[in-house]
Ligand binder design. Structure first.
Ligand SMILES: O=P(O)(O)OC[C@H]1O[C@](O)(CO)[C@@H](O)[C@@H]1O
Ligand SMILES: [Fe+2]
Length: 192
């Protein structure tokens, strides 16, 4: 392996900014098909296309041996009673784990086994270090009124498999009911 030089990035715990970094942005239109209430999605998109989340990556080679890391900022918001979330994925290299360290806000981390038969939901809060074991799909959800900000570390050669989730969805959804955060079965979930 070519000798790679050590480097720092600086993470702003308040804003989630990571510098120097490479930002990707996802809007409601990018993840619209996952939301339960299709009519509400249409109504929101007719007026605006809100920014749902941003990911800012430290630039490391996507090669075995390296650790990729980034911050994720999910903005507060809902479509109907369903909280904003990330697209979610499995890793292409399925047997690779990931850690999410929450810096700010309140969230839920939905994880499922590749066939979706097993599902776990963890709370995310400032100081929580959530372990996503190998083979679990993962989606995070902002359930609070401020941005949910977390720092992620994963294998740089893990890759992202979005196609599976596009077909199956996640087995659980996170909704607001009577001011409470509730986790319910996703009626649109399909077994892989
Ligand atoms: O890749 P998605 O599902 O859009 O969501 C972004 C999430 O994926 C990761 O980029 C890497 O697994 C996380 O750091 C981040 O929270
Ligand atoms: Fe991941």
């Amino acid at each position: 392996m070519k000798l790679f030089r050590p480097f720092n990035v600086v993470v702003d715990f308040e804003t989630g900014d990571l510098t120097p970094g490479k930002k990707i942005t996802r809007y409601l239109s990018d993840i619209q098909h996952f939301f339960l209430d299709k009519e509400k999605v249409k109504a929101v998109l007719a007026k605006e296309n809100p920014l749902v989340y941003e990911v800012i990556y430290a630039e490391v080679p996507e090669e075995a041996g390296h650790l990729a890391h980034c911050t994720t900022i999910i903005y507060p918001g809902k479509v109907g009673n369903e909280f904003f979330f990330t697209k979610g994925h499995l890793h292409e290299k399925l047997e690779t784990a990931e850690i999410y360290f929450t810096l700010k806000g309140q969230g839920r981390l939905i994880m499922a086994s590749p066939d979706g038969e097993e599902c776990e939901v963890l709370e995310m809060f400032p100081g929580s270090a959530s372990y996503i074991p190998p083979c679990w799909s993962h989606r995070s959800v902002n359930v609070g009124g401020e941005p949910l900000i977390f720092y992620c570390i994963f294998f740089a050669d893990a890759g992202h498999d979005y196609a599976t989730i596009d077909k199956t969805g996640f087995p659980k959804v996170v909704l607001e009911r009577n001011g409470e955060v509730v986790v319910e079965n996703n009626p649109n979930w399909k077994k892989a």
